[in-house]
Structure formats: C-alpha cells, structure tokens
Design a protein around this ligand. Structure first.
Ligand SMILES: *Cc1c(COP(=O)(O)O)cnc(C)c1O
Length: 324
C-alpha cells in the first residue's frame, strides 16, 4: 500500500495474527480447503477485530489531546469491551453507552467492561445514538476532553485498519478464492475490500450479515470504502451491488441464538479446538458451512474464514450448547 499516507497508530495488537489450516473440518465437510485467520487472537483482553481499529482510533484520540473515550454498543458489545481495555492500557478514561437497561447478570463482556474501569451509561428506552451524542456533549461541556469512537469503530480509521490487515494476509498467503466472516457495522468488510484492491486480491469477500438486510449493509459498506479511499487519496470507488453480503442467516435477529450457531460452535470446538462466539462468528461459520453443504461454495475452492473474536459472549449465551 505504498500509495497510502502514513497513518499514526499505537500498538495494541499482537500482529500478525496466525493463519492456520482447518484440516479436520475440511475433511469432515468433504468440501473446500478451509483456513482460518485468527483475529480472535489479537491479544488485548480476549482479542477480536476491534483491537486493530482501536490502534488507529486511539492514536487519533491522542493526537487530538483527548482524555476520555466514548463509544456505544449492545449490552454484550465486544467493541465496548475492547475499547475499555484499550483505554485502560493507554491511559484514557472510558465511557460506554450500552443499549437497554442494566441486566441482572453482570457477565461476559459486561463484566469485563466494569473490570477495565469503564463507566456505563444505559440508554433505556431511548435511541442509543442520541444518548451517545448527548453523553459526548455533556463531557465536552465539563472539559473532560472526550473523543467519540463511532459504532463498531467503523469510520475511515477503522476501515484503514482492515485494509492493513489485508496487506498482512497478503504477506502470509493470499491465494484464497473466498474470505468469509461476520459483518455488522461494516468497517471490517470495507477495509478488506479496500485492502483487496490495494494488494490485488481477486477472491470473493463475503460478509455474513448478523443483524441487517443485504441492501442496507451493502450501502453502508460501499460508503465506507469510498470515503476511506478518498481520504487516503486512492482512486477507488464501488457501487453497493459490488459488495458481497449474505443475509440468509439472520434467523430471529441479532443475538438470537439458534441451532445454526450452536452447531457451528460445536463443530469448530470439537473438530479444531477453536472457540467461536454465538452472536457473530458462530452465525458466520454456520452460514459458511451451510453454503458448503448446499454446494454454493464448491469443493475445489480454497476458503478463508476470518475469525473476528467475540468469545466472552459464549458464557452469556451458553444455554443449549452442550448436548447430552
Ligand atoms: C464487531 C464484530 C464483528 C463485525 O465487524 P464490523 O466491522 O462491525 O462489521 C464481527 N465479529 C465480532 C466478534 C465483532 O465483535
């Protein structure tokens, strides 16, 4: 990516993350040659994909002389947990706007948010984005030097982080026909698409949507790709239609765990000793395996599953995982 500008970053992640072959799972499925990119092993606080984005977001916060990081997410947000940990490590305060009301059980990511010393604001019945903006403005008014990290860390800096991740993959092995992963706020997918353009990767970059219809997610991702390319001075512009999204695995909706996710979690655990999460990677892996079984992903392909993290949520949504 020699044409890109030098974007400041702070080191938070263990990089490069490992790239491993999934020998047993490939054999059991009798399908394509499966590989996995372990961004669940980015190192900070149980890892995950947000750590890569936070390296650039926190560098920007520091450049802006901010002292308090503010972001938002679901009550079991992996993004919030990684932000809280990054804030603790880098000497920022952290305020999290979490959707809904305070739950009875403080476990999984929510337990870790508290452990990292983050302050929680519950949005209750209100629109969480509205509460986020209000929280930021109040902090600003009180001179707390807040820095707003967008939902999922998905702005130009977060996208750039995943363009760099694609460059990292390129140096490891990029002869894949397809990359499959969980897609939500879109920064990861936008970055992979931009990185593919910059490194000459020609395979399919398929996001399995975890909470939105295809057209809405495609539009957001195309916007993120185009605005980031423009920001970097890279000539690249895509239409929403060019973004590969599959919304066929939404089931009952976001974080509604079904047998699709449970079976994928069990398969990865029992064939490979790898932990997936119930909300994102379990759904994406379930989608991947279903596409393989239906022959939509063919047996002669080389397929990379990009693990995006989320494993602390296993302890929240564990019901029905173990079959006896
Ligand atoms: C946030 C998250 C995603 C989605 O990444 P986006 O960049 O928001 O699309 C996928 N998997 C896990 C575990 C996540 O926490």
């Amino acid at each position: 990516m020699s044409e890109s500008i030098d974007v400041p970053k702070i080191n938070l992640a263990f990089l490069p993350t490992p790239l491993e072959a999934l020998h047993t799972l490939s054999r059991v499925l009798g399908g394509p040659e499966l590989w996995i990119k372990r961004d669940d092993q980015t190192g900070l606080a149980f890892g995950g994909n947000k750590v890569r984005k936070l390296e650039f977001l926190l560098a920007d916060a520091r450049e802006n002389e901010a002292e308090l990081l503010i972001t938002r997410g679901a009550y079991q947000s992996n993004h919030c947990r990684q932000t809280a940990a990054a804030a603790a490590k880098s000497g920022f305060g952290c305020k999290l706007v979490l959707s809904g009301g305070h739950p009875k059980d403080v476990t999984g990511n929510l337990l870790l948010d508290g452990l990292f010393g983050a302050e929680m604001v519950w949005s209750g019945e209100r629109d969480p984005e509205e509460v986020l903006v209000e929280t930021f403005e109040t902090a600003d008014l009180h001179g707390l030097k807040p820095y707003l990290i967008p939902y999922g860390g998905s702005n130009e800096l977060g996208v750039y982080a995943y363009a760099k991740a694609m460059e990292e993959l390129h140096l490891q092995d990029s002869s894949f026909d397809r990359i499959v992963f969980a897609s939500s706020s879109g920064g990861t997918q936008a970055g992979l698409i931009l990185g593919a353009h910059l490194t000459g990767f020609e395979g399919d970059i398929l996001g399995i949507s975890v909470d939105e219809k295809t057209s809405a997610l495609q539009a957001r991702i195309a916007n993120l790709v185009n605005s980031t390319a423009q920001w970097l001075g890279v000539e690249f512009n895509i239409e929403p239609d060019a973004v590969s999204v599959d919304d066929g695995y939404l089931g009952e909706g976001y974080a509604k765990v079904s047998n699709l996710e449970r079976e994928a979690i069990r398969d990865f655990a029992q064939q490979e000793g790898i932990l997936l999460d119930p909300v994102y990677t379990g759904r994406a892996a379930g989608g991947l395996m279903s596409l393989i079984r239906r022959g939509e992903i063919e047996g002669d392909e080389r397929v990379l599953f990009w693990h995006t993290g989320g494993t602390p949520a296993l302890f929240v949504y564990g019901e029905g995982l173990i079959v006896r």
